[in-house]
Design a protein. Sequence first.
Length: 214
Amino acid sequence: MAVSPPKFDDAFRAQLAALFAWRRDVRRFRADPVDPALVAALLEQACLSPSVGNSQPWRFVLVEDAARRAAVTDNFRRANADALADYAGDRAVNYASLKLAGLVEAPVHLAVFADTETGRGHGLGRRTMPEMLAYSAVGAVQTLWLAARAAGLGVGWVSILDPAEVHAALDVPAGWKLVAYLCLGWPVEEHDDPELERADWQARGGLADFLVRR
Ligand SMILES: Cc1cc2nc3c(=O)[nH]c(=O)nc-3n(C[C@H](O)[C@H](O)[C@H](O)COP(=O)(O)O)c2cc1C
């Protein structure tokens, strides 16, 4: 069915630029709950993301069970302690001072997996690059992240985890590969610069740092 596309005007583009600039990785959450209908709406929007062969390999797990959430939080604490042990000197002192997850405070825990055994998409586009399934799930995370921010909701991505332990704690199918473990909730504060930059861990570069021409 032919439908007219929306007209994206300058005002919309300015708002979109502000969304990109004000999206943050959030680790400091207020305790108030998030309406499950809002979470569902965000996940619906994430399902509009691009995917290899239109396979939609993302699988979302809302982690609501207290024991499973505690297992993931313990997993993070151990992985974070191991990571700290890899640093020395001032870098170790800086690392130890960072807040790298909001697992205890966040009202919503969401694990995102890629189903590596999905028949959807019939293999198109992933014969030579099977990792495209995981990349598609990453795209869904980005959509969710931006949609959440547009709703005023913070998202924090936690990767300091043993993925096999997360897999076991959540009891998901063997062919599901962990792509992201996300915390969602209302942010305590708003910033237009990354927390890791403010904490003197790593400043952002500019395009000149990342662009080459051949
Ligand atoms: C794949 C991925 C994994 C990440 N894992 C963590 C993490 O484990 N802990 C953390 O504090 N931030 C994590 N982050 C957030 C980054 O630290 C953050 O995106 C970066 O510092 C830039 O900040 P901004 O997202 O607020 O712009 C992760 C981000 C991505 C994209």
